[in-house]
Design a binder for this molecule. Sequence first.
Ligand SMILES: Nc1nc2c(ncn2[C@@H]2O[C@H](COP(=O)(O)OP(=O)(O)O)[C@@H](O)[C@H]2O)c(=O)[nH]1
Ligand SMILES: [Mg+2]
Length: 268
Amino acid sequence: MARNTLILVNFIEAIKNQPILSPSMRNAVIMLPTLDEANGLEAVAKQIPHEKLTRNGWQYEVWVIDGGSSDETKSVSERFNFTFLPQQGKGKGAAMRLGFNKFVESEFDALVMLDSDGTYDPKDIPRFLDSLSNCDVVIGDRLNGQIDPDAMTRINYFGNHILTWLATGMYGITINDLCSGYWAFSKKALKRLKLNSMKFEIEAEMYTSCVKEELVIKNIPIKYSARIGQAKLGSISDGWQIFRKLIVRRIFGTPIEAKFGKGNFDIK
Ligand SMILES: Nc1nc2c(ncn2[C@@H]2O[C@H](COP(=O)(O)OP(=O)(O)O)[C@@H](O)[C@H]2O)c(=O)[nH]1
Ligand SMILES: [Mg+2]
């Protein structure tokens, strides 16, 4: 009896640190968009939880999708042995679509994206990837998470709430933070998205496309910190573009490029 108990205790100890994972999903891409983000990228790179990712069974590559940085972003990326991919065209949307296109053509099973300005916590990456075991898409939720006092201007705080309420009202599927830059996708899910956004309206379009494709979305609360370096987003102009995208995709569910066979992410 005592011996059996000992065996059981040892067995529990042995499996405690083992991942609960579907065996088919273990290769991931960590995708970081950059535009003059040398300091932010370095901070993000240093916080990627390599041990935890490996312990949870993830093999991964980091892809930096760069919008033509004129600072040290490229050399920081090289120093950490990341894959540096210069984007075509301008804007975060164009950058993400390039990364998505490369990802769907690759052998990787999952993708997690986060900004490289130090606002999102890279230590959450395993939580995002592991959450894909029971959904298609994971979205980091700052608005029900923890926002540091100096992380979001008042206008962005209200704008983010209003755009999020509008999105849920217009599309009927709950999203808790429409403009979040922290998302994870299974390959199966990302393959189905159809996007043509150029700039910061990309996340809104990702949401509308998820709804159209009836993907299962999971919102998880996250922490949001003050950014390192200069913001690229203009609150009013980009807020308007995000709103416009919600309306356009409500009327025309699929981007015209995808409709006419130019590929789901039209980067050709
Ligand atoms: N590749 C690329 N990345 C961009 C571009 N514009 C912004 N980014 C990156 O996208 C992320 C979000 O930009 P940010 O200015 O922080 O906007 P916000 O977080 O939405 O307020 C950051 O990592 C930026 O470096 C661009 O034109 N191309
Ligand atoms: Mg930011």
